[in-house]
Design a protein around this ligand. Structure first.
Ligand code: PMP
Length: 453
């Protein structure tokens, strides 16, 4: 593309496009980078410059861009039909995909309800859990509360915001939200009680006490298993998810595992629930489900939950919920191809060696003066920057250190995005060990340049 065309696109973008999670005054004063194409783990802008896709295009790209198997599957599906409704009709890829997901998911998750993004799939799980209790024999309407965790992130629609716990994103909307029971979550780096190693146990104690006192009011617990991603890749102590499950079981409460960020190999297993052998009542999937190609989401649940919705139409047990593009055939065809690549390339088996390389690279970042914490599970990484490492004092938010580090990395051909002052690395699972080494080296250089001058 010529530089005149690029200039024109930038002007049009500044004039008309409102970008998500973006301070727009800053954006309008900048020269936005416009992506034109991709190949493998790289993005190319309209000037032909190449960048490593260090956050997998917001945590979705798994096998890279322009993967021939997925390209072909999408084209083949377009040759048949792009869309037909799931209200009253089945379609070929959606049916096949549901069967594949049920076969791969933790045991017991036999039923698949489609939607088209993580937030709606979370809301489906919440609504199903709520309605489930109303349709018990006898009904249990008192079970209507959802237990959520501090620092949780489950999406941006109002129901998903209601169960979220990130002050910066969610506080403003409080008057619009439904009430939940919010409990502390593990954030060992910033925990005032944290012992030198391990977890102080407070979040589990709080959950235990709450369930003992109010368990009969609780419909479900919603949790991001193993890592609170959007909060800054805050990893959970070993065994935490398993203990949450045990407490839910003991009190008859449903467990919703939000695997939107963690699903599809990100944590080293296909699903994060597998680390502790957890079998939730709901598993929420989106992002990587299509390998990063198209919007699609799914809420998986058990036959037990499903059976509460069976009955004659006039009994009123139907789940009245559905989105226009639910189970879109092209997206489902991409998702089937994505799963086929996992099988054919033995993707999960290739991960331990890559994760080892990534972890070894990250170890070197502890040498940087302003790196306070380096958190990682699988291929999900958060590097928390601090003004003072000894006191863990953060930078003033106006300094936008995370943002500045990511901009510095861009000059070196790397696209990454921070969460506050936590620099996130989320490379495609297909990245080579060499690419992972480079990713960490470029990130380290950018951190040093910005924080040490
Ligand atoms: N749940 C989790 C754990 C997420 O990380 C996200 C998105 N980052 C969502 C839900 C919301 O997904 P979406 O942006 O597709 O609505």
């Amino acid at each position: 593309m010529t530089s005149a065309e690029t200039r024109r696109l930038r002007a049009l973008d500044r004039a008309h496009v409102w970008h998500p999670f973006t301070p727009m005054a800053d954006w309008m004063a900048s020269d936005p980078l416009v992506i034109e194409r991709g190949r493998g783990c790289y993005l190319y802008d309209t000037d032909g410059r190449r960048y490593f896709d260090g956050v997998s295009s917001l945590w979705v790209t798994l096998h890279g861009h322009r993967v021939s198997t997925i390209d072909r599957a999408v084209r083949a599906q377009l040759g048949r039909i792009a869309h037909s409704t799931m209200l009253g009709l089945a379609n070929v890829p959606a049916t096949r995909l549901a069967a594949r997901l049920a076969a791969l998911a933790p045991r017991g998750l036999t039923k698949v309800f489609y939607s088209d993004n993580g937030s709606t799939a979370v809301e489906v799980a919440i609504k199903l859990a709520f309605q489930f209790w109303r349709q018990q024999r006898p009904p249990r309407p008192a079970r209507r509360r959802v237990i959520t965790f501090a620092n949780a992130y489950h999406g941006d629609t109002l129901g998903a915001v209601s169960v979220g716990g990130i002050e910066l994103f969610h506080r403003l909307f409080a008057p619009l939200l439904f009430e939940t029971i919010r409990l502390p979550s593990p954030y060992c780096y910033r925990c005032p009680r944290a012992p030198a190693r391990g977890c102080c146990g407070e979040p589990l104690r709080a959950l235990r006490a709450t369930l003992r006192e109010r368990g009969r009011e609780v419909a479900a617990v919603i949790l991001e298993p193993m890592v609170q991603a959007a909060a800054g890749m805050i990893t959970q102590p070993p065994g935490f998810v398993g203990e949450v499950q045990d407490l839910c079981r003991a009190h008859g409460v449903l467990l919703i595992a939000d695997e939107v960020a963690t699903g599809f190999g990100r944590t080293g297993h296909l699903f994060a629930c597998e680390h502790d052998g957890v079998r939730p009542d709901f598993m929420v999937l989106a992002k990587g489900i299509t390998g990063g190609y198209l919007p699609l989401a799914a809420t998986l649940t058990t036959t037990r939950v499903f059976n509460a919705f069976r009955g004659r139409p006039e009994e009123g047990r139907t789940f009245y919920h559905g989105h226009t593009y639910t189970g879109n055939p092209v997206a489902c065809a991409a998702a089937l191809a994505n799963l086929e690549i996992f099988r054919r390339t033995r993707r999960l088996q290739t991960l331990p060696a890559k994760i080892e390389t990534l972890a070894a690279g990250l170890d070197t970042l502890w040498d940087l003066t302003h790196v306070g914490d380096v958190r990682r599970i699988g291929m999900m990484v958060g590097i928390e920057l601090v003004r003072d490492r000894r006191t863990k004092a953060p930078y003033p938010s106006a300094a936008r250190m995370g943002h500045r580090v990511c901009m510095a990395a861009r000059d070196d051909g790397l696209i990454i995005r921070p969460l506050g002052d936590t620099v996130v690395l989320m490379p495609p699972l297909a990245a080579t060990r060499r690419q992972l080494e480079d990713l960490v080296a470029v990130t380290g250089r950018a951190i040093r340049r910005v924080t040490e001058g």
